[in-house]
Design a protein around this ligand. Structure first.
Ligand code: FAD
Length: 409
């Protein structure tokens, strides 16, 4: 398909990946109609501050905007905020919205992201939270606004750990419950996972690892039920006023049932991000074939969503046959307490890990990961400059020894 000023491109999902896609379509000269559909009523905003500065109260709402309103206006979008897409038909090139509107498109970018997993049976219980949207952040913020609260975070993933750190900083009593024996061991392996757990302990947050949640305990209050504690499978109960459930996210793909797209743990796409001839995907829901790895992957991090939004738009404009492949060296960060954790590449729990700068005990270091002698990832704790020095080695698919031979800064 060649797009021109008479074409319509639908971008579904008005957050990071969707906005970057819309901006790129314009920046690359596309002058036709862009319909940007977003289920949330807000103008596009950034999620990382929701577990950090916005929750801590150090940033106001103005700082979480992804773009100034004038810049969004300048894109000349047909903006449908506060409206969810309810169906897409690849063959018919149509999109249905929840207000009954039908959009006929020539090309589409699907970027509806992901939403949090919940604990079954906890819907509507007061004091129980997940964190994905501004509303979630306000609701959690209101629940921890008073005197010292007993907060339990279920799941020691990155978002749960950030909530624990932020709420500890606000003076609350925080316990993190993690079913895995070592938090984050499936991402970073046992050694660095244990270091992440130690970081919590350094700041007075108790980590209960290797034990799952049996159920949440509640008491009847006017208007429903309120959380009183978290019962663990070992029979113990942690008294709690607030629980944050951080047990991962699921790609938001329900609305694509029957669309003709291949939906299975995300929307499956080829190396060019095409999920169908005129449909590309970007962000947390994209499960694409990464040529560098020779495998399909899905990434739930900010930088990937931003870069993939750009790449997906370019790929759509180039057409499936003319488009290049998307195969980045991924990057993400997590801010916990006063530590910046940064990860470049694809660490695997079974990789060899070598600390090349600083030490785990100081919580300031760079660790390199390697598999079959090849460098796979570099992980830094509060060593941003030193860490970035290893990016070229990851891009060049260097050996672990070549990266180790680099002189530290
Ligand atoms: C609290 C929090 C902290 C984070 N911190 C970090 C961090 O420190 N570092 C990092 O690398 N990453 C972080 N992330 C992850 C990062 O924010 C995500 O990877 C990124 O937001 C993904 O962007 P996206 O556009 O793919 O999806 P999303 O941001 O999920 O946006 C998808 C949008 O699509 C909308 N939508 C859903 N269904 C429909 C529909 N049917 N029709 C129309 N619209 C729809 C949704 O409402 C949403 O607005 C954090 C995420 C959260 C929640």
């Amino acid at each position: 398909m060649v797009f021109d000023t008479h074409s319509t491109i639908a971008v579904v999902g008005a957050s990071l990946a969707g906005l970057r896609a819309a901006e790129t379509l314009r920046a690359d000269g596309y002058g036709g109609r862009i319909v940007l559909v977003g289920a949330e009523a807000h103008e596009p905003y950034d999620r990382p501050p929701l577990s950090k500065q916005l929750l801590a109260g150090t940033w106001g709402l103005d700082r979480v905007r992804l773009r100034e309103p004038e810049k969004i206006d300048a894109l000349g979008l047909d903006l449908r905020l506060g409206h969810a897409a309810t169906a897409l038909d690849v063959d018919g090139h149509t999109l249905e919205l929840d207000d009954g509107a039908t959009v006929t498109f020539d090309g589409a970018v699907v970027a509806t992201g992901a939403h949090p997993r919940t604990l079954a049976g906890t819907e509507g219980v007061q004091g129980v939270h997940t964190l994905r949207t501004l509303e979630d952040c306000f609701a959690l913020g209101a629940d921890v606004a008073g005197a010292a609260t007993r907060l339990v975070v279920v799941g020691a993933g990155f978002i749960g750990s950030e909530v624990a750190a932020t709420c500890r900083g606000l003076g609350h009593h925080v316990t993190v419950v993690e079913a895995l024996p070592v938090p984050l061991s499936r991402v970073l392996g046992d050694r660095l996972g244990a270091t992440c757990a130690a970081l919590h302990a350094d700041h007075g947050v108790e980590v209960r690892a290797g034990v799952g949640v049996a159920r949440l305990e509640t008491a009847a209050v006017p208007g429903g039920e309120r959380l009183t504690g978290v019962a663990l499978v070992d029979g113990s109960v942690i008294a709690a006023d607030v629980v944050v459930v951080g047990v991962g996210v699921v790609p938001t793909t329900d609305w694509l049932a029957g669309s003709g797209l291949d939906v299975d743990n995300g929307v499956r796409a080829d190396a060019t991000l095409h999920a169908a001839d005129d449909v590309v995907v970007a962000g947390d829901l994209a499960r694409w074939f990464d040529e560098r790895l020779g495998a399909e992957i899905r990434i739930e991090h900010w930088t990937n969503a931003a870069e993939q939004g750009v790449a997906a738009a370019r790929s759509l404009l180039a057409g499936r046959r003319g488009a290049g492949s998307f195969s980045p060296v991924p990057y993400f960060w997590s801010d916990q307490y006063d530590t910046k954790i940064q990860v470049i590449g694809h660490p695997h729990p079974d990789d060899e890990v070598v600390v090349v700068d600083g030490s785990l005990e100081e919580r300031r270091f760079v660790a390199l990961y390697g598999r079959r002698a090849v460098l796979t990832a570099a992980v830094g704790f509060s060593r941003p400059r030193q860490l970035m020095g290893y990016r070229p080695f990851l891009e060049a698919q260097a050996t672990l020894d070549e990266a180790r031979a680099r002189r530290p800064d």
